[in-house]
Every structure is written in structure tokens, then in C-alpha cells.
Write a protein that binds this ligand. Structure first.
Ligand code: NDP
Length: 469
């Protein structure tokens, strides 16, 4: 069958629509993938994305209709902060563009434009095509910076609130003694929230719906999430639930378990195993909140609708199952020897180092592939125009960030000893989750990068654990 000719060629400067919005930016075409029918384009600030042909317009049409408000390249900023929890989509977006995408969601409607305008507090009108200029990017970046600090700020405020409660003799052991009741209440809240989300999603425009949760089957859509980014005014329900109650609740419950352990075991201080579990998981959450901007690029935020699956995961699964180790220790405190503590701490540090370094390395590379600081890294060029790292951490295994995460998970379970399976639940669950995630990512990358991905797999032979898997 004869393929239609490719409209835009490599090197062409065109206007690319930012996914989910009506904003168009000047982009350069890097390549075209005939199979997926997607163009890989690069924005002026280094962001690479794949766009459909209908999301690209010729630059000349724009220039004749608009006064150019583009800023000089000097206005562009390179960002060195590297979020930890990046996802497969994250690496191809800059923080600024992500902010634009996250704020504008998936609606090119004027209603969504109004939301964007209100949210970023800058006048973007008229937003459509011609007048959307690159000058928006620095403004959004600034706005994003305030977003970024917000998660960390939220946990600090929560910590202060908990300290005040402790000072006022509020009995936090209630959380331990009513663990199941609280979990059940959270479950009911997640169900009610999901019902609310589904009902409201029936009244929003088609353009606000998530692709995945738009099957027409009520049960499936209720589960997967029908609306992409439901909001009450500027309050983004999905963003809030993903980052705040579950993560901060996780730390609060862990802390309550430490107090419950002291009370139940008649200890003056929590056991060293409880302290380790608390500190390790607190570090994980604080790191996630410190690098909160990364969530804006995750599949959850960008693609999955907000329905029962995410509501349950955010409000029930994370706070009430990730705390099982601390819960277990309340009635089974394990006094660890000093060498054991040192060994576990070293393991955690190693895991955290690999996790953070690998995520940061890929993130920095995706944000600015020509960053001189990364020039020592070897890469494989792909037909999409993007490259794959084959040295550094990404040359050791194909998912070094999973490796780091798994090592950390091991360090969270070890303080609980080997006499019960319960505290090892997270480790087992996480292995299954990451192995499954890795194979999903493999198929996706094979589809995206074709022979270049095969070459990467030949060069980097192991998926997660060197010489093992
Ligand atoms: P990744 O951050 O590993 O993203 C995978 C993507 O990275 C690929 O799709 C590809 O996207 C890009 N990529 C893959 N190989 C290379 C390479 N060699 N060079 C450059 N880019 C490459 O996956 P996740 O989103 O699954 O995980 C993010 C983090 O979140 C991880 O650290 C994970 O451990 C953690 N996590 C934690 C969970 C928890 O409950 N605690 C749950 C899930 C994840 P592209 O080429 O398009 O950029």
C-alpha cells in the first residue's frame, strides 16, 4: 500500500500544539515515525514531544497573523532539579511545558483556557494559535516553582500540626487501635469520591474526558476514571489526592505506630527497627514531595482519568498498606544490633543513591540532551530523534531506578526480621508491580524506538538486577 507523503520534514520549523491545550509553540521537527504516524518535535526550551499531524501547523501561517512576542533564547532557562518519580512520559517534557499541560489538561475549549488563565494569573488571551507565544514559558516556570515547593511545604505544615497535637497530649495511638476502622472509613470515602467523580464526569465536555476511562461501560469507566483532571474551581482533585492525603497520611500513620509501640511495649523510645522504618519511609515521601513537579508528568496525571482505581490507591492502598511494616513492629518490636542497623542503613543509602541518581540522570538528559554536564554519557540515536542513554546508570541495567527502589524496599523490610510474612508484603507487592511495569515499558519502548530499542537491549542486557534479571 502506498503511504501518503510526510507533510513536515526533519529540520522544519513549525508550530506545535501543546498536548491537551490550545497553545501553539514554535517547534523543530526531529523526525516522523511512519508506524505510529507521530512527529517528534523539539520545543525551543529543549522539550521533546511526539505530535500528531493535526497538532502541527506551518509557522508561516502563524507569523502572518500574529505580532511575534517570542523572547530571545536568552530568556530560556535550563533546569537542574531532577524529580525522583518520573514516569515514562515525564522524560520528554520540561517542567514549564508540563505545567502548561497540567494546568490546561486536555481541553482545547475556551472554558479550559479560562481555567488556565485564572490559574497561572497571566493574560494569555487570545490563547489560540497565533498569539500563543513562547513568552508564556518563563511565566509558567515561575508558577511551577511555587507549585514545586508546595508539597514540601504541606508536609512541613503537617509535621508542625502533629507536633502541636503531641504537645497537647492528643492520643495518636488511636490510629493504631482503630486502624481497620480508619481504613474502612477511607475506603468508604474513596467510594463516595469515586461516585461523585463519575457523576460529575457525565456533565463535562467530551474534551475533558480521559481516553482510558471513556469506554461507554459504566463500571469500567467508574473504575478507570472518566474525567481526566476534575477540578473544583482551581482545586485539582486528582493532583491533591495523588500527593497529599496518601503520602502525608503514610508518614502520620507510621509516626502514630511509633508512639503506639512505645505505649504497648512500655518503652521510653521507639525500637531501633521502628525508627529505621519511620525514617526510611519519611525520606522517600519527603523526596517525592520535594520533587513534586515530577508528578505532573506521570501517567496518572497526564493520561489516567480520576476514578475509583486512583482514589482507592491514593486514599486507601498507600496509607494503609505501605504502613504495614510499622504496624507490625508495634506488637513485634525487633531490637537490632548495631552492626545490623549499620548494614541496613548502608543498604538504604545505596538504594536511595541509585534511585535518585538514575532518575536525575534520565530526567536531566530528557530535559536537555545537549547539557554539557551530561556529555560524558554515551547514547544511541533513535529514529524519533530522541536518544537513549547507554552509559551511566542506564548502561548498567534498563531500569536502574527500579533497582534503587527495590533495594530501598528491602531496607524497609529487613528491620522487621524474618519471622512473619506480613512486613515483607511491600517487597513482594513491589517486585510484582515493577516487573509488570518494566514489561509494559519494554513493549512501549519497542513500539516507540524499534530497532534502536533492540540495540539498547543488546547493549544493556539486564532489565533490573545486573546478571540476574
Ligand atoms: P521510568 O522513570 O523508568 O520511565 C521509563 C521511560 O524512561 C521509558 O518509557 C522511556 O521513555 C525512558 N527511558 C527508558 N530507557 C531509557 C534510556 N536508556 N535512556 C533514556 N530514556 C530512557 O519509569 P516509571 O515511571 O515506571 O518509574 C518512575 C519512578 O517511580 C521509578 O523510580 C519507580 O521506581 C518509581 N515508582 C514507585 C512506585 C511506588 O509505589 N513506590 C510505583 C511506581 C513507580 P522516553 O524515551 O519516552 O523518555
Amino acid at each position: 500500500m502506498k503511504m501518503p507523503p510526510v507533510k513536515y520534514q526533519r529540520g522544519d520549523t513549525v508550530m506545535g500544539r501543546w498536548p491537551g491545550s490550545s497553545l501553539y509553540y514554535e517547534v523543530k521537527v526531529l523526525g516522523f515515525d511512519a508506524k505510529s504516524q507521530l512527529y517528534t518535535v523539539i520545543y525551543k526550551d529543549g522539550t521533546e514531544l511526539e505530535l500528531k499531524e493535526q497538532d502541527i501547523k506551518s509557522a508561516s501561517g502563524f507569523q502572518t497573523r500574529s505580532r511575534s512576542r517570542s523572547r530571545s533564547p536568552g530568556r530560556r532557562r535550563s533546569r537542574s532539579r531532577s524529580p525522583g518519580r518520573t514516569t515514562r512520559r515525564s522524560s520528554s517534557r520540561t517542567a514549564a511545558a508540563v505545567a502548561a499541560a497540567a494546568i490546561t489538561d486536555s481541553a482545547p475549549s475556551s472554558r479550559r483556557d479560562t481555567k488556565l488563565k485564572d490559574t497561572v494569573e497571566v493574560t494569555l488571551s487570545p490563547l489560540v494559535s497565533a498569539t500563543a507565544s513562547l513568552s508564556v514559558i518563563p511565566v509558567l516556570m515561575k508558577k511551577l516553582e511555587s507549585l514545586k515547593t508546595n508539597g514540601f511545604f504541606a508536609i512541613v505544615v503537617s509535621a508542625v500540626a502533629v507536633a502541636v497535637m503531641v504537645h497537647q497530649d492528643v492520643d495518636l495511638t488511636y490510629i493504631h487501635s482503630h486502624f481497620l476502622q480508619l481504613a474502612t472509613a477511607s475506603f468508604l470515602i474513596s467510594v463516595l469520591l469515586s461516585i461523585y467523580l463519575y457523576v460529575r464526569s457525565r456533565y463535562v465536555g467530551q474534551e475533558q474526558l480521559a481516553l482510558g476511562g471513556n469506554s461507554g461501560n459504566v463500571i469500567y469507566d467508574f473504575f478507570k476514571g472518566h474525567e481526566l483532571n476534575p477540578r473544583i474551581q482551581d482545586f485539582d482533585l486528582k493532583f491533591f489526592c495523588e500527593m497529599r492525603p496518601g503520602l502525608i497520611g503514610w508518614c502520620l500513620i507510621n509516626f502514630a505506630m511509633a508512639i503506639a509501640e512505645m505505649k504497648q511495649q512500655g518503652l521510653d523510645t521507639p525500637s531501633n527497627s521502628m525508627i529505621l522504618v519511620n525514617l526510611f519511609q519519611l525520606l522517600y515521601v519527603v523526596d517525592g514531595l520535594w520533587n513534586e513537579e515530577a508528578i505532573l508528568t506521570t501517567m496518572d496525571l497526564m493520561h489516567d482519568g480520576f476514578g475509583f482505581m486512583l482514589a482507592f490507591g491514593d486514599l486507601v492502598w498507600v496509607p494503609f498498606t505501605y504502613t504495614i511494616q510499622a504496624y507490625y513492629l508495634v506488637s513485634h518490636p525487633i531490637p537490632l544490633s548495631l552492626p545490623a542497623v549499620i548494614a541496613i542503613v548502608i543498604l538504604k543509602i545505596i538504594g536511595f543513591y541509585i534511585f535518585r541518581k538514575s532518575n536525575s540522570e534520565k530526567n536531566a538528559f530528557r530535559r536537555n540532551p545537549s547539557d554539557p554536564k551530561l556529555s560524558y554519557l554515551k547514547t544511541i540515536h533513535t529514529a524519533t530523534g530522541k536518544s537513549l542513554l547507554v552509559s551511566g546508570w542506564w548502561g548498567v541495567v534498563r531500569h536502574p531506578n527500579y533497582l534503587g527502589d527495590l533495594i530501598m524496599a528491602l531496607a524497609w523490610s529487613l528491620p522487621c526480621g524474618f519471622s512473619h510474612l506480613l512486613p515483607w508484603y511491600y517487597m513482594i507487592f513491589f517486585i510484582i508491580l515493577l516487573v509488570h511495569r518494566d514489561s509494559r515499558d519494554m513493549s512501549e519502548c519497542r513500539r516507540k524506538y524499534g530497532s534502536a530499542w533492540e540495540e539498547y537491549c543488546r547493549t544493556v542486557r539486564y532489565r533490573i538486577i545486573p546478571h540476574v534479571y
